[in-house]
Design a protein. Structure first.
Lengths: 298, 412
């Protein structure tokens, strides 16, 4: 009994100490994460404007308006197309690079750095550079094409090519991140598994399908969840390179949200768009966890 | 009694001395000023603020530049919460001022008159007074005033055998076709988005408009005719790239790959730096027969939460003084914000400034009081122009845009 009481006091003391250690982080999360999320939900239910102190309660009117807003549906469609194309291609190229650059030598280390460099650079700055590179009039690509007798393509100003151009630049920027995640996971695959598969008569493709890929499950899950979230939130490159044009062909949920919030000053409506995006990200993340059969033991 | 008188005199003189000393030692009032001028004209504004601070002991201005996007995101809430500046340029789109006024964030200027420390609306361009006023009260002073002119590359014109810049829109179109070679050289750099507005100038020149009598004029035959003509020249004769931003157009002219561009005084510096042999001419006259160009001005407001409204307006009065305006014009190339300086030697002595100033009377602001400016510009007008350029369906695109605009404006 005495031992049990002492253990209880010890546990309570430990719990209190643990809570005290957690408190600073909890406070930061509450103030900078939880509160803005709750506040944005409240904003989305009001005719919220940055110019006013008192805001008219609208209930779900902002969400109903979204249902009839053609620009919103266009932005959603562009965002989905961007994500559906970007994520698988990014994972595939990242995996291919990781496999090719798995062995350590000065050359592969150099190439890893080259592919990772865009990840650490500012996207806004890189988008300015790419805009110049892709310019059909003053860019070096145009000059090079003309010197070969080929008419330059004005991709960023052509409705059917602007989104593919943005996708290409986004892949260039983000593929290094996927490569590094998968590279680390590849290096953790036990050699004994491969040796056992060889003894069982598995070829290179069989080893890749039955040994490498299953061993990369957690890394692939992480890389794809992050890639989906980043893709659904695409903004910088669009804002700098096309501003959503031409003819709204590259307008995404976040660029439209930005315009509603800071050009038309409709913070409530922008918050409603943010919540649609939040729910979309949440649903897709849950779906990915289910597909990859993520369990607590992982 | 005598001692009482002596004591009273002593007390009075002490109070006087303390009062005088207090006045002499009073700390100057510091006004915070948020401005979005971070481009090529930045130095001109900074120099003027330095001059103000060095010539005023009672008022000092803490001038803080930040990007326009940043001001748009912060200024309204900063003013409401009382942590905002005393003075600010809310946006380069004049129409945004209406939001600040409607929500009580901008103070009406009440030190109005012709005195040294008063803002004098009578000397400002009428278009500025009209756009900055609500219910007869003036809510802002112009931080600058610019008009647009036709920039032309003298070398390209000479090479094409064109002796002088065009005087009519028909001549401009003919010259633009002649100067376009389909190999990367364009007759004109005509931007349609993220730019100082060029298309409205073309439309106005032919007698068309975006809004007339508070309803859409986009489907007006004159507007449609102008857009159809220019869009077909862009599509078929490649006189300009399609869908250019202002930056694209500037780059093209600065690279010597466009012969003409309609632009403001701020562009001259970069073209000189790029060693382009250029000059400026009035925007050619269109079918309306009347000269017209775009005016551009940025309002400076006094925050409704300022503790120093009098000093803030004193600063604005100083800003609009002839001496200050002459310095701003000569350093940044703007036309003065006053209409009584056209013959001032400080203006006429600088041919470029004089050319921009000469167009003040012909200039119009773009949608200056439309509260739905962004919806009309970005959501309706620009897509219609881009559709006409890309698909060659000016009439349909403008009809559809006109229906949207009428719906927004509450017109049948």
């Amino acid at each position: 009994m005495a031992i049990s009481a002492t253990a209880g006091r010890w546990r309570r003391g430990n719990s209190r100490a643990g809570l005290m250690f957690l408190l600073p982080s909890l406070l930061i999360i509450l103030v900078f994460v939880v509160y803005p999320i709750v506040q944005s939900l409240w904003m989305s239910l009001n005719d919220w404007s940055m110019f006013q102190v008192v805001h008219r309660f609208l209930g779900l009117a902002n969400y109903v308006e979204l249902l009839h807003d053609r620009r919103f549906w266009n932005a959603l469609a562009n965002t989905v197309v961007f994500t559906v194309v970007t994520v698988p291609v990014q994972i595939a190229i990242g995996l291919l690079l990781a496999i090719r650059l798995m062995r350590s030598s000065w050359w592969t280390v150099f190439l890893r750095s080259v592919f990772f460099f865009p990840v650490i650079s500012s996207f806004a700055t890189m988008a300015i550079v790419w805009r110049f590179l892709l310019s059909a009039d003053v860019g070096p690509t145009a000059a090079w094409m003309r010197s070969l007798g080929i008419a330059p393509i004005d991709a960023l100003h052509t409705p059917n090519l602007a989104l593919p151009a943005i996708i290409l630049v986004s892949l260039w920027k983000n593929v290094g991140f996927t490569m590094v995640i998968l590279l680390a996971a590849l290096q953790d695959v036990p050699e004994s598994l491969n040796e056992a598969a060889v003894l069982d008569g598995a070829g290179a493709w069989g080893r890749f399908i039955h040994v490498t890929l299953p061993s990369l499950r957690q890394a692939l899950l992480f890389a794809s969840v992050i890639a989906v979230i980043v893709s659904l939130q695409v903004f910088d490159q669009v804002y700098v390179m096309t501003r959503g044009g031409p003819l709204f062909r590259t307008e995404t949920l976040v660029t439209y949200m930005y315009e509603q919030g800071f050009a038309e000053y409709r913070s409530g409506y922008a918050a409603a768009i943010a919540w649609v995006l939040f729910i979309l990200i949440m649903l897709l993340s849950v779906l990915q966890l289910r597909i990859f059969r993520y369990r607590d033991v992982d | 009694m005598k001692s009482n008188t002596l004591l009273a005199a002593l007390a009075a003189s002490t109070a006087l001395v303390i009062g005088l000393a207090g006045h002499a030692w009073a700390a100057p009032v510091t006004l915070t000023y948020w401005s979005g001028f971070t481009g090529g004209d930045k130095q001109a504004y900074e120099d003027l603020i330095k001059k103000f601070n060095s010539t005023h002991t009672d008022i000092q201005v803490d001038y803080q530049e930040q990007p326009w996007d940043s001001i748009a995101q912060k200024l309204p809430t900063a003013i409401i919460s009382g942590s905002g500046p005393d003075l600010a340029t809310p946006d380069y789109n004049v129409a945004t001022l209406q939001q600040y006024v409607a929500n009580g964030l901008a103070l009406p200027l009440d030190l109005i008159g012709t005195g040294q420390n008063q803002v004098a609306p009578g000397v400002l361009p009428q278009t500025v007074v009209d756009s900055f006023s609500v219910d007869g009260k003036l809510y802002a002073a112009p931080a600058n005033f610019a008009t647009l002119l036709l920039y032309y590359n003298k070398d390209l014109l000479k090479a094409a055998g064109i002796a002088a810049p065009p005087k009519t829109m028909t001549e401009l179109q003919d010259d633009a076709v002649k100067l376009s070679n389909g190999q990367g050289q364009y007759g004109i750099a005509l931007a349609d988005n993220a730019t100082i507005q060029m298309w409205p100038v073309l439309i106005w020149a032919d007698g068309g408009d975006l809004i007339s009598n508070k309803c859409s004029a986009l489907a007006d035959p004159k507007t449609v005719g102008t857009v159809e003509k220019w869009a077909s020249l862009i599509r078929d004769k490649k006189i300009s790239p399609v869908g250019s931003t202002g930056q694209d157009a500037d780059n093209l002219f600065a690279a010597g790959k466009a012969a003409f561009e309609i632009n403001g005084p701020w562009a001259a510096g970069q073209y000189r730096a790029a060693k382009i042999n250029f000059d400026v001419a009035p925007v050619p006259v269109g079918a309306s027969g009347k000269p017209v160009t775009l005016a551009s001005t940025v309002p400076t407001i006094v925050s409704s939460k300022t503790a120093h409204p009098k000093e803030a307006q004193e600063f604005l009065a100083w800003w609009l003084s002839k001496e200050t305006q002459a310095q701003l014009s000569n350093s940044a190339g703007y036309a003065p914000s006053r209409t009584d300086m056209a013959t001032d030697p400080a203006i006429t002595g600088n041919p470029t400034v004089a050319a921009f100033t000469a167009q003040v009377g012909n200039s119009r602001l773009y949608l200056p009081t439309e509260k739905d400016f962004s919806k009309i510009d970005t959501g309706i007008f620009i897509p219609a122009i881009q559709s006409a350029e890309q698909n060659g369906n000016a009439a349909d695109a403008l009809k559809s845009a006109s229906d949207q605009l009428n719906s927004l404006l509450g017109c049948q």
